[in-house]
Design a protein around this ligand. Sequence first.
Ligand code: PEP
Ligand code: MG
Length: 841
Amino acid sequence: SFTLDRHVTLVTQTAPIAPETHGGRAKCLQRLVRLNLPVPRTVALSFDTVKAISLGRIPDTGQLLSVFDPDALLCVRPSSQDPDWGGPTTILNIGMNDAACARLSAELGPEAAEALYRRWVQSYAVHVARLDPDAFEEIDAEAPDALARALRAYEDEAEEPFPQDPATQLAEVLRSMARAWESVSARLLREAKGAPVDAGLGLVVQEMALGFGPGESGSGVLQLVDPDTGLKQVTGRYLSQSQGRDALRAGARALYLEADPRGPSLEERAPEAFAQLKEHAALMRQRLRAEMQVEFTIENGTLFILDGVVVPASDAAAIRIAVRLAEDEIITPREAVMRVQPRALSSLLHPQVDPRADRDVIGTGIAASPGAATGRIAFTAADAQAMAAREEPCILIRRETAPEDVRGMHAAVAILTEKGGMSSHAAVIGRGMGRPCVVGARNLRINLKRRQITADDGRIFREGEIVTVDGTNGEVLAGAPAMLGAMLDDAFRTLLGWADEDRDLRIRVNADTPEDAEKARLFDAGGIGLCRTEHMFFEPGRLTVMQEMIFAATPEDRRAALAQLLPIQRADFKELFAIMSGKPVCIRLFDPPLHEFLPSDRAGLRDLAEALNLPVSDVTRRVESMGEYNPMLGLRGVRLGITVPEIYDMQARAIFEATLEASRKDEPVVPEIMIPLVSARREVELVRKRVDAVAAAVRTERGRDFTYRLGVMVETPRACLLAGDIAPHVDFLSFGTNDLTQMTYGLSRDDAGRFMSDYVQQQVFDEDPFHRLDTAGVGELLRIGIERARAAKPEIIVSICGEHGGNPESISFCRSLGMNYASCSPFRVPVARLAAAQAAI
Ligand code: PEP
Ligand code: MG
C-alpha cells in the first residue's frame, strides 16, 4: 500500500487545487467552500493518485478516513478536467456496515437505516464488486427482510461475506472507479467528446449529508432559470427522504420547489432552508459567473450544498442566459459572445408557414421539431445528399430513420417519417439539427419502390415534387406556401450586436432574389456577396425566352431574344439595389452550361418544339449536340462569356441601366460585377473590354456617369496559382470554394454524396470537404492565391462566397488568411457574424 498523505488534499479555501490536477468538480467545490457555503467536508485526490491506484497500488485508506468524522458515511464522485468527459458513477454510503446500521437505527429509525444499508450493498455489489445486477434487482425493497436478502445475495454471488471494514470498502471503491476510467469504452466515449488520450481522472471523497431521517430531510437540485427557455424562474426537483439522484427519477412524487397551489413544496416544508438555498444559488451565479444547477441535501431542516454544475441549457436558453449574465454585469458582453455556439443560433432561425397562406394539407403526424421548410421529395439519404449538392432544397421522406440516414437528414431541409414518435431517431436528430420534422405521418402511404407517396384523398406525390413540412403543427402541405422568417428575440439581437463590436471580417449574403435580399436585411448582412443571376432565368415566362436565345440560328435572332431578357434582368437588379439601399451588391455573370436550360425528356422536347415552331427531331438533335460528357468542366462560366459574348453584354447593360435608375444623388449605386470560373488572365481582359464598352455606351445614351467594380471568382486551381497575374486587372477576388473544392479533389460536387459517408467513416476525410473547408489542400490554394494577388495589388479586396462562408471553422480560417469578407446563405448570416466575432476575440 502507499500512503496518501502527499496525495490527499482537503478541500479548503487555500488548498492547491486546479482543474488540470484535480479536475473540474474538485475546483468547483473549492469555489463553493471559498464562498462559505455549507459544503460537507471534502477531500480531493489528484489525477496522479488515481492513476497510481488504477495501476494496482493500494492506497492507505485508513489515513484518508482519519480526515473525516468516524461516524460519517462517505461518497466518492468523479472529477474529470472537463465535466463533459464523464466519469464513473458516483458511489454513496461508503462506511455503512452492521455497526453503522445499528447506530443509525437509533437516530433515523430502523426503516431508514436498513434502507440505506440495503442500497449500499446493492450499489457496492453492482458497481464495485461487479456482481450480476439481476440478483439484487429481484429483491422487493419494501419487504421487511430486504436487507437480509441483499446481504445473502451478496454472499452467494461473491462467495464471501459483505465487507464490514470501512477502510476496505473505500479502497475497493477507489480502485474500481480508477479502473473504470481506464476501460476502453470510457476512453472511446470521452475521446469522442474531445478529451485527449491521456485525460486524467480526479476523485472527490465527501462526507455525506443523509437526506433521510426526522424533520424535513431530502435531496434535490435547483436552478434559477428554466433550462428550456432561459427565462428567470426557479426550477428543479426535490424529494423528501431521498439522496443522490432520487429526486430526478421521482416523477410525480417530487415536490415543487416554490410554494405552488398544485401540491406540497419545499418552500412550505422548510422555508428557512429554501430561502438560504435561493440565496446560495444567487451567490453561486454571481461568483461562479454562470447559471448553476445546485445539488443540495436537507438533513433535519439543515441545508447542505453538495455540488454545482453549469445548467445544461437548450440553444435558445443558452443565448438568453449569456445575455442576461452580461446585462447583470456578471460577465462582459465579450464573454457572452464567446459562450454561445454559433450553430446554436441557427436552430432559432426557423421560418414558419405564413398564417395567412392557404394550406393544402395532405398528411398529418407528430410535430417533432419546429419550423417549416419546402423542398423536393427525396426517398433516400443518398438522393437527399445529391439534391443538396445541387443546391436543391429537399425533404427527406423515410419510413423511419437510422444512423446511416443522418447525413441525408443534414442535407435535407426537413424530415418526414411514417413511423416514430417524439423521441424516435428522426425526431431527436431533427430537433438537434434544427430541421423541421414531422414523424408518425401514418395517413401518408409511402411506396418506396414506386418512389411516391399517396395522400388520404388519393393524390399522389412523386420523387422530386415539391411539398412543405410544417414541424410546428405536424402537417405536410402540397406545394410551397408563403413563409415568414424566424422570430428573432431581443436576446438574439443583443448578442449579435455585441458580436459585431469585435468582428473584423465583414459578412455578406448570397442572395439571388428579392426575397433572399429581404432576409439578408433582417439578419443585418453587410451586402450581397454573390447573386447567381442564372437563377433569375428559371421562372416560367423567362425560360422560354432563354431557350429561344439558346436556339437562335443567327446573331440577329439571338439579339432579339436577349432584348427581351434585358428589361427583365434590369428590373431584377433594380429591386435588389433598392432593397439593399446603398449596401454593396455583387452580381455574378451567367455561369452554368446553356443546355441546363433545355428539356431532357420527350414531353419537354415536344413543348419546346411547339414554342419554337420547329420539328421535334430538329430540337432533339440540337439538344443532343449541346450535351457534354462533363458539363461542370465544360462550356460554362467565363468560357460561355467568351464564346457567346452577347449574354454578358446584355447582363452588363441591365446592371448599368438599373444602377442609374436606382441611384439617388446622395446615394449612388456602385455595382460589383463578378466573372465566374476564370482560369486565365486573357479571359478577364476580353470580358473587361466588352463590359467597359457597354458602360461607356450606357453613359453616353443616358448622359449620366457611374462607377462600377469588376472582379473574378477564383474557383479553379489555376486561377489561385495565377492570382498574381490576374489581380492587376480587377478590383476584387472572390473564392468560389464549391467549385474549387470540386476541382482540387477532382471530386464532383454532385456525386460526392454517394460515398462521402464511407470516406468520413473510414477517416479518409475527417469531415465532408464541401461542408467544412479543407484547410490543408484547398486552404493552401487560398493562401497562395491571396499572397500572390496582394503582392501584385495590395489594395485588392478578397472574399469567399462558396458554401464554406457560413461554416464557423472555415470562417475562422478565412479570417486568418486576411480576407475582407465572407458571404453565405441568408440563414447562416447570424451564425457567420457570431463565428467571425469569436475568431476575432
Ligand atoms: C462556388 O463555386 O463556390 C460558387 C460560389 O459558385 P457556384 O456554387 O454557383 O458554382
Ligand atoms: Mg462556382
